[in-house]
Design a protein around this ligand. Structure first.
Ligand code: MIC
Ligand code: SF4
Length: 648
């Protein structure tokens, strides 16, 4: 029987398990990427594995998130990352070189390969035909050490693209349409595989915009075929020899199929505060706009910025609007500079930002109070921009540029100008001088450790029983930005005790202190949540810092994939209500006991929670493999790996 693309890549990388949807399998990882915000912890954990060198075909350490450098912390972290990379044979992408996903696509992405990245937007690599997955830093550390990556063998949805995008309608609108159809929850365990005649009409960076924001649907990854267009992109990057064709077999089967006619899509926007709140741009027309931010790993490619520059050329930013542009990579900056487009953007009044995450992670460019901010990025969770009252809309560069000119939401098709259709270059400007390529691992390198860098905290094995309290109760769609804010707090990523002071900061600022006091009195902390807990970022700190504060379990109606894996890696039990209605029978502050939790987990037996305050018993379930149960029993992956070989 024929295979789809997902099966082709996964089956050729399978090291354990049966390729049956819904079962846990282990795959070999060819490439890894880390970024600095998750990377310091990932490399501290890699160091703890005690190996001499990375074992992958290629591992790259990018510095793109924490480039603000207010205080010594970020700069110290960069030095730590640079020295660790030299010691273990990892390619180091220096600050200024660009955003990990954009740069990886340009310089390292290869069709048919597996990529594991400590960032949830790693699926950007699916645009070039990779099976690219986001994970917590610890999983990436294990993969760098040659250990396999464990995942649930996915169900595959074929997205049959037909037709062609009309002028002013973009790849961003395609993925927003997908989010409208599939929403941001309920897609755990799925992979989106794109196919059909519409694929050939999309360039590789456009495909990457689509796979990038698949992360917002909660799918494991998204993947495009590798075709002539892929080859053209690789040739233009002087990597033509790395191209291989990769297509689904004609008789391949899928768990679901949908058809999307590209010619029917119109300019769309994700309204506050979720990438799934999709509306037409036309329905927002006339709304005054105060800020426009163009960039991020979703929309900062050569084509995105050239198109923006062509729209703005000879015109000027509306007096109400502040426009900032963050090109995705140094290559993009070089290309738009040489084409004269950078000058056009600056003439138009753009504020040029560093090639980094910047505004997207909320560490700069926070909008004014109550402002409407149009961003080409991928997440508009409340407060992520740094301004809680801001109204952030996610749009295409075309829609963003239209608002720059008019000062209000404008369907770009209503601009009085022809669509500036930008062609892909035959040759990109290649300059790899901001990478440091180690010839080989060098054990003599002394790793630099500034005062911001602490060892990952230790956890005890799971106790015999959980006896504690509901320390916080939250609702549906709690993101890792709610649990562990980034933005101004990002610089504490390497200092867990300090960073832990900000757990749930925007939801309940007293949580951290309350949890720490409980922990110090021997009371276990339990988090109660609704649907789709842990959406968004791969940041393992959203599990690591709660672990440090003595959280032993999260009880939710449902969980997202990466966060579940992170909870398990740090020894926190992800538990489900057997009956979702029982969510109402647990209140914040309730005392609870989960008796014999250790023995029952060891035997894969059902659990019961006794709510002492309300005097009721609530049945709980969990879906954990033997391996996952053993990790939790050990108190997390580092303890587990200490007693077994790393990740085996
Ligand atoms: C994000 O977009 O939220 C981040 C910042 O890139 C995160 C990683 C992190 O929290 O460091 C992600 O997407 O995984
Ligand atoms: Fe950086 Fe934003 Fe992309 Fe995350 S989503 S990697 S913060 S640009």
């Amino acid at each position: 029987m024929g295979k789809n693309i997902v099966q082709k890549i996964l089956d050729s990388h399978l090291v354990a398990g049966e390729p049956l949807p819904g079962t846990e399998v282990a795959i070999r990882i060819d490439q890894t990427l880390t970024q600095d915000a998750t990377g310091t912890m990932a490399y501290l954990q890699f160091e703890a594995l005690g190996l001499d060198a990375v074992k992958t075909e290629l591992s790259v350490s990018y510095v793109d998130h924490n480039t603000i450098q207010v205080g010594f912390e970020n700069a110290d972290d960069h030095l730590y990352l640079q020295t660790v990379a030299a010691k273990y044979g990892i390619i180091f992408s220096r600050p200024g070189n660009g955003i990990c996903h954009q740069v990886h696509l340009e310089r390292f992405g290869r069709p048919g390969k597996t990529l594991l990245g400590s960032d949830s937007h790693t699926p950007t690599g699916g645009g070039i035909g990779m099976f690219a997955v986001g994970a917590g830093g610890l999983d990436v550390a294990v993969a760098m050490g040659g250990g396999p990556f464990y995942l649930t063998y996915p169900r595959v949805c074929r997205v049959n693209l037909v037709g062609e995008l009309r002028p002013w309608v973009t790849a961003k609108d395609v993925i927003l349409k997908m989010l409208e159809i599939f929403t941001t929850k309920g897609n755990v365990g799925w992979v989106m595989e794109y196919g059909g005649p519409g694929v050939a009409t999309l360039t590789v960076p456009e495909r990457a915009t689509i796979t990038n924001m698949g992360a917002e649907m909660g799918v494991t990854t998204s993947v495009f075929p590798s075709d002539e267009e892929t080859r053209r992109f690789l040739v233009a990057q002087e990597r033509g020899e790395q191209w291989i064709p990769l297509q689904a077999d004609p008789d391949a089967t899928y768990d679901k199929e949908i058809t999307l006619d590209l010619s029917t899509i119109e300019p769309l926007a994700a309204a506050p505060h979720s990438p799934g709140n999709v509306v037409t741009v036309r329905s927002l027309a006339g709304m005054p706009v105060q800020q426009v931010e163009i960039g991020s790993c979703t929309n900062s490619s050569y084509k995105d910025l050239m198109t923006t520059a062509r729209i703005l050329k000879g015109r000027h930013v509306h007096p109400r609007v502040s426009l900032a542009i963050a090109p995705g990579s140094r290559q993009v900056v070089q290309m738009i500079t040489r084409a004269g487009a950078l000058a056009d953007l600056i003439d138009a009044g753009a504020r040029l930002m560093e090639s980094a995450c910047g505004f997207c992670i909320g560490n700069s460019q926070s909008p004014p109070t109550n402002a409407v901010s149009l961003r080409t990025s991928n997440r508009n969770f409340e407060g992520r921009s740094g301004t809680r009252s801001a109204q952030v809309y996610l749009v295409s560069p075309e829609t963003a540029a239209a608002a720059v000119l008019t000062g209000e939401f404008t369907d770009p098709r209503d601009l009085d100008m022809p669509y500036p259709a930008v062609q892909m270059p035959d040759h990109f400007y290649i300059d790899d001088s901001m990478f440091i390529f180690p010839e080989q691992a060098d054990p003599t390198v002394e790793v630099y450790r500034g005062p911001n860098i602490g060892d990952p905290p230790h956890n005890d094995p799971l106790p015999e029983e959980i006896r504690g309290v509901v320390t916080i109760k939250v609702g549906d769609k709690i993101t890792t930005d709610h649990i562990m804010p980034a933005g101004a707090r990002l610089k504490y990523r390497s200092n867990v005790p300090k960073y832990a002071e900000f757990v749930f900061e925007g939801v309940d600022p007293s949580f951290s202190q309350r949890a720490a006091e409980n922990r110090d009195r021997g009371i276990h902390n339990v988090i109660v949540a609704g649907l789709s807990y842990g959406q968004g970022s791969s940041r393992e700190h959203a599990a690591l810092c709660p672990m440090y504060l003595g959280v032993k379990a999260v009880i939710a109606k449902s969980f997202e994939r990466i966060h579940t894996a992170n909870l398990i890696n740090f020894g926190i039990l992800p538990l489900l209500f057997a009956d979702e209605a029982d969510y109402d029978r647990l209140a914040a502050g309730d005392e609870l006991i989960i008796p014999d939790v250790r023995a029952k987990l060891a035997h894969n037996a059902p659990l019961t929670l006794h709510n002492v305050t309300q005097n009721v018993d609530l049945p709980l379930t969990y879906h954990l493999s033997d391996r996952q149960r053993n990790i939790i029993l050990a108190g997390g992956m580092l303890n587990f790996a200490g007693s077994h070989q790393a990740g085996q």
